[in-house]
Structure formats: C-alpha cells, structure tokens
Write a protein that binds this ligand. Structure first.
Ligand code: PLP
Length: 293
C-alpha cells in the first residue's frame, strides 16, 4: 500500500468493548447503512494536524467538538475517551509523516441505538502542502445568508462544525472549475465570512484582523492559537467586520485552517494582491503554534 493510501481507524465508542478505544481495520466497514451521519450528515467532527506523531492543539478541538455536540443535542464520548482515542490513533500512525486526524461523532443508526464515535487518520494531501508553499487564488461566493442569521436562527447551526459539508464541497468544486484554489464566502450584504474550511485573516499595519464569530462563522482553532502567539509578541488580533475592499487594501490575506495552516492569498477573483513580504510572519507563528517550528 502506498503512503497516500495509508489510513488508521479507531473506534471510540459504540463497539463491543464499551468505552475503551480500539483500532478498527482500516479497510473494514464501520457504520451501519442507516447511520445518520451517512444519510443525513447528522453529527459533528473536528480535524487535527498530527506533527511528528503529536496531535496539534487537541484541547481547542475537544472544546469546539463539545460545543458542536451540545448544539446538536448529542452526548458524545467524554473528553477523556476522546483523548485516549487520539493518543491511540496518533501512536498507530507513527511519527514519520504529517497526518490529518479526524474526530467524528454521529447521532448513530436511524433505527435507534448508540451514537457512533470514531477517529480516522490520513496523510496530509498534496493540495494542502502546495497551498502552504505557494499560496492560493480565491473566488468570493455569496452564502446568501444575512450576517445576523446565526443569532436569529440558531437551528442553522452556523457556529457548529457539523458533518453537513456537501454545500462547502460544492463551493470548492465550483471554484476549481473556474481555476481557483479556494473560496471566501460573503454574506447577503457582502460581508466577508470565512472559507468553506478556513478562517480569513488579514494583516493591516502591525495588526491582524479577522471577522467576528457573530457573523455566523466557525470559531477557528488555528486563529485562536495564532492570536495567543501573536499577542505574546505584541501583535494584536482584532475581530472586525470586513468587506472585500478591506481584503484588497490589506498588506496580506491568509486562509487559516488546522491542516493547511496558513495559505497566503495571492489573488482574489481577478485582482492579484501585492506580493510584498507581509508585515507579520503569520505562517511562522502558525507553524510554532502547531509544533512545526
Ligand atoms: N471555518 C470552517 C467552515 C471550517 O470548516 C474550518 C476548518 O475546520 C475553519 C473555519 C478553520 O478552523 P480550524 O482553524 O479550527 O481548522
């Protein structure tokens, strides 16, 4: 089997061994056909980077998973059970190559029964490595929602990392068909929201600015880890509503996420951004935040 095909699967709950996580053969089926994750996208997930066999910022991911689970009315394994599962999965993967470790919590079979919780580990894809090294071209796409939808309609689960990512994947395919690497979503009013799997951050003078969670976006764990390091180095990270014109006028723009880390935006639709070195070394700070430097 090639490295690109290597997978590790760990069952965290729902198995005959009860709460103790155990390795599951990576090529054997795990879910029942009517699992609500498969038929409704009804569940939540997290994706962590594993560097040198060490999962990056696990506590931030567990805290967000707990918030997503609560918003969905799911119980999920305890943090202790997840931690044991993460440790087992990372150990099985080993220290030699960077990996993407996914925690998945489903409502379980439609016929009734326990929630399904499991972990998968896979190699970091070539597109992520290319985005880190070369940067990306993005297109702006409307999500069609007003920026106050999250508060007005909490059942839309806008701040939760649910398994219902089909629209995000469609947006990325739409972007790719137009020759773009990624997407920046806009609200109905034209406010900058987030990427389908990333947080937007800009450098402006000596500070970093990112849209606030209240516009209906996922709170990024990479942004939070960056903010901690940047703050300690005297670089404030402010949360402020942004328009596309703010992105075009910024010193630099990045999409941040746990696996791709910091992808410098080189082009927004048909506008090429200035290539100058950014005033803040965001990529270096993110690398340090996840233990890569
Ligand atoms: N926004 C969305 C919609 C995402 O899917 C992700 C990725 O998980 C992010 C933002 C960035 O979050 P994180 O930095 O925790 O990976």
């Amino acid at each position: 089997m090639s490295e690109a095909d290597r997978r590790v699967v760990v069952l965290v709950s729902g198995g005959p061994d009860g709460p103790r996580p155990r390795v599951h053969p990576a090529d054997a089926p795990l879910l029942l056909a009517d699992d609500l994750a498969a038929v409704r996208g009804d569940g939540c997930f997290e994706t962590l980077l594993v560097v040198g066999g060490v999962p990056a910022k696990p506590e931030r991911h567990l805290a967000r998973l707990a918030r997503s689970s609560a918003a969905l009315g799911l119980t999920g394994p305890s943090d202790e059970q997840w931690r044991a599962g993460i440790a087992l999965a990372a150990r099985e993967w080993g220290p030699d190559s960077e990996a993407m470790l996914r925690l998945v919590l489903s409502r379980g079979p439609e016929r009734g029964g326990a929630e399904t919780a499991y972990i998968t580990v896979a190699p970091v894809g070539a597109h992520a490595r290319r985005a880190r090294a070369e940067g990306i071209a993005v297109t702006t796409l409307s999500r069609g929602f007003p920026a106050d939808l999250a508060e007005a309609s909490p059942w839309m689960l806008l701040g939760s990392k649910t398994l219902s990512y089909a629209a995000n994947m469609a947006a990325l395919r739409h972007a790719a068909a137009g020759g773009f690497d990624d997407v920046v979503y806009l609200s109905a009013e034209g406010e900058v929201l987030e990427g389908p799997r990333s947080t937007v951050v800009v450098a402006r003078g000596g500070e970093l600015v990112s849209p606030p969670a209240e516009v209906g976006i996922l709170e990024g764990t990479t942004l939070a880890a960056l903010a901690e390091i940047a703050g300690a180095e005297g670089v404030p990270v402010r949360r402020e509503r942004l328009l596309v014109t703010d992105l075009l006028a910024a010193d630099a723009v990045w999409l941040l996420s746990s696996v791709t880390l910091a992808a410098r935006v080189r082009r927004i639709d048909d506008v090429t951004l200035p290539p100058a070195e950014p005033p803040v070394d965001v990529a270096g700070m993110v690398d340090r935040a996840v233990g890569r430097a």
